[in-house]
Design a protein around this ligand. Structure first.
Ligand code: 3HC
Ligand code: NAI
Length: 647
């Protein structure tokens, strides 16, 4: 099948690209466009060309699957130049997304028009590369250097209205893209054409501008290399002639394309697209999820309710008494108020979010819920009692879910009528922000219930990963191994501050000890104590010693570090040195690199065990859990990718 067709309507030709799923610029499409320029240049009847796409989107970029292979002609920068040099003006008509190479092709056109629902952008840095077909050179000529720096170094697309105001596109239409683009083309032919983008002037900012941007981009990049290299390209574009800037961009693109960071980010790109669509659910439809209930308005319940409301789902929030209900409602309100303060929501939107919440202590209000998620205390008796109440009031086909972190969902579901509707949905704190959702079926869970868990993830814009049942599921089980690994290094004499600094250097926002101080050491301690009380052999950890001495983290003024009142900066603690004195038996010296490599290998070893036991289906799922739930640096690809343990 041909990847494009040419149609003629009087003096205007329409080139329609049809290369599913996203019209990526495969070699065949590049060649097709290359040939279309020649065909239409040679056609004396044709005076202008509309470039439009079939399917869900305009050209979404270079074909990422070709990145591991040697580049094939025609090369994309040459194609963009060829479109720009065509004897007839080309007009890009954009719907969906014009991204990366797709937007670069559009910038080769003399005009760009779009539906108001469309977006355009240069997301290359999120794949560890820089735009490779003039994105850093043409964008500043259209939108100015400052806007180009924001677009290219963040990789974030902008909606059509914003693109119009920045000068990236020339017109926006509400509907009927093709008809409007044809009319635009006819009208354009009655006027003088604007110069091609490559010939437009550029105003170079001063050195202070670049120094300032280097600081902000370095901070936002958190160790990723591509945003800084993109900034170099933009500076070159502002200060050097077009051809020199193009050569610099191309070389940077080719250098980065083969880099470890780009390989890691491509791995994550495909892992994120594979995770939401498990093969075993391909033919299973989800249940409708129109109304939800949340039991418990604590940290997690309020966050889950906020996530549901953000997706437009009405929520009934249940608490155990009026006082707890008032607290839960206030927590939820505070989440939306915070979003207003950060400019993410308007006051009216926050009010709308709250208006969709029915807060009550009466379980009968759940009689028409399609889905109920419990987030009550981590106590099997409390959870069992809650499920009994749900079984009594909910429709027999309503999905009932638990947010437990460590309890065995099979025990929570025991005795439940219609257990096929039961499932574990493990959110991460803050539940309205963190993108990971571990989906934990019990043996009885019906395929439709499981498919509904994945559908919910899509509705909430979360990354779903299916986990089998084991203590801590995938994420917390690896976390436990990671912390144990860090404690083992500490026992061998590696200083706490060195271990934290090593993991920060690796790309985490915090090291394992600082992170525990922030979250509180007591939660994991209580979980271990619970296991001990149940007769299990759980060895004493160094964290236990700290908690028993009252050091539960920042909230008690100290944990692994000391904290001055009102100050979150960790200070080395002599009290901790004294408490642990007898347990530090070695004097091992390790540099930061070796520490990080060792701890990531520990995570990957646990991941390998998780795979061998069938708890996770794919190594890439484990990588997604670590990246989206535990702050593993995305550009490292996750512990399994980083250690080559994908197996
Ligand atoms: N190349 C190859 N395949 C791609 C692709 C690309 N650029 N973009 C998406 N796909 C594939 C996906 O892997 C998926 O395949 P599957 O169905 O087999 O799993 C399929 O297309 C659909 O993708 P999504 O599930 O992401 O579809 P959505 O409709 O949710 O989103 C989209 C569409 C917004 C276009 C989204 O796919 C997207 O953001 N794609 C990436 C765009 C991008 O990063 N482009 C820049 C590429 S780099 C570049 O252009 C370099 C240049 O400067 C030289
Ligand atoms: P929390 O203590 O902040 O909130 C629990 C809430 O449940 C309280 O508001 C309490 O009043 C309410 N509650 C207790 N019994 C109830 C009942 N019978 N009916 C209605 N409401 C009742 O606890 P948190 O942190 O929100 O945890 C809740 C669950 O989520 C636990 O199972 C926990 O393991 C799990 N979880 C916690 C995470 C976290 O980071 N805090 C992360 C992921 C899961």
């Amino acid at each position: 099948m041909s990847v494009l067709t040419i149609a003629r309507d009087g003096a205007i030709a329409t080139v329609t690209v049809d290369n599913p799923p996203v019209n990526a610029l495969s070699q065949a499409l590049r060649q097709g466009l290359w040939d279309a320029v020649a065909t239409l240049d040679a056609d004396p009847e044709i005076r202008a060309v509309v470039l439009i796409c079939a399917g869900r989107t305009f050209i979404a970029g270079a074909d990422v699957t070709e990145f591991g292979k040697p580049p094939q002609e025609p090369h994309l920068p040459d194609l963009v130049d060829r479109i720009e040099d065509a004897q007839k003006p080309w007009i890009a008509a954009i719907h969906g997304s014009a991204l990366g190479g797709g937007f670069e092709v559009a910038m080769g056109c003399r005009f760009r028009v779009a539906l108001d629902s469309a977006s355009v952008g240069l997301p290359e840095v999120t794949l560890g590369i820089v735009p490779g077909a003039s994105g850093t050179v043409r964008t500043p000529r259209l939108a100015g250097v400052e806007a180009a720096v924001d677009l290219v170094t963040s990789g974030k697309p902008v909606r059509a209205a914003k693109a119009l105001s920045l000068g990236l596109i020339d017109a926006v239409f509400a509907d009927d893209l093709h008809t409007n683009a044809l009319a635009f083309a006819r009208e354009a032919l009655t006027r003088d054409l604007p110069p091609p983008v490559s010939l437009r002037p550029i105003t170079a900012p001063n050195a202070a501008f670049w120094e300032d941007r280097r600081k902000t981009v370095t901070k936002a990049a958190k160790g990723a290399e591509a945003p800084l290299r993109a900034l170099d390209c933009l500076r070159k574009a502002a200060e050097a002639p077009f051809a020199e800037a193009m050569a610099y961009e191309r070389q940077t693109f080719l250098d980065l394309r083969g880099s470890d960071q780009a390989a890691a980010l491509r791995h994550v790109f495909f892992a994120e697209r594979a995770a939401p669509r498990p093969a075993h659910l391909r033919d299973v439809g989800p249940l409708p999820l129109r109304r939800a209930g949340v039991i418990g308005g604590g940290t997690m319940g309020a966050g889950i309710a906020a996530a549901l409301r953000d997706a437009g789902i009405p929520v009934t929030l249940i608490e155990r008494d009026d006082e707890a209900l008032a607290r839960g409602t206030a927590t939820l309100r505070a989440i939306f108020d915070g979003a207003v303060k950060r400019g993410k929501l308007t006051d009216a939107q926050a009010d709308g979010r709250m208006a969709g919440v029915a807060a009550t202590t009466d379980y009968a209000a759940l009689s028409d819920a399609d889905l109920v998620i419990e987030a009550v205390f981590e106590d099997i008796a409390v959870k069992r009692a809650v499920l009994d109440q749900l079984a009594a009031v909910c429709r027999p086909d309503a999905v009932l879910a638990t947010n437990t972190s460590y309890l065995d969902p099979r025990l929570i579901a025991e005795g439940l009528p219609n257990p096929g509707r039961f499932i574990g949905l493990h959110f991460f704190s803050p539940a309205n922000v963190m993108r990971l959702l571990e989906i934990v079926p019990v043996p009885e869970t019906a395929p439709q219930t499981l498919a509904s868990g994945f559908a919910l993830a899509r509705m909430l814009n979360k990354i779903p990963v299916q986990s089998g049942i084991c203590e801590g599921f995938i994420g917390n089980r690896i976390l436990k191994r990671y912390r144990a690994g860090a404690e083992a290094l500490l026992r061998q004499g590696v200083p706490i501050a060195d271990i934290d600094a090593a993991m920060r250097g690796y790309g985490f926002a915090m090291g394992p000890f600082e992170a525990q101080d922030l979250g509180g050491l007591d939660i994991a301690f209580l979980q271990r104590e619970g296991a001990r009380a149940a007769g299990r052999d759980v060895p004493e950890t160094l964290g236990d010693i700290l908690v028993r001495a009252g050091r539960k983290g920042q909230k008690t003024g100290g944990g692994w570090y000391d904290y001055a009142p009102g100050d979150r900066r960790p200070q080395p603690s002599t009290a901790v040195s004294d408490l642990l004195a007898g347990r530090i038996t070695g004097a091992v010296q390790m540099d930061h690199d070796a520490i990080a490599r060792h701890l990531v290998a520990e995570m990957a070893a646990e991941g390998r065990a998780i795979l061998d036991e069938g708890i996770a289906a794919r190594a890439s799922d484990i990588d997604l859990v670590e990246i989206h739930g535990y702050g593993f640096p995305r550009w490292r690809g996750g512990p399994m990718f980083a250690t080559g343990r994908q197996g």
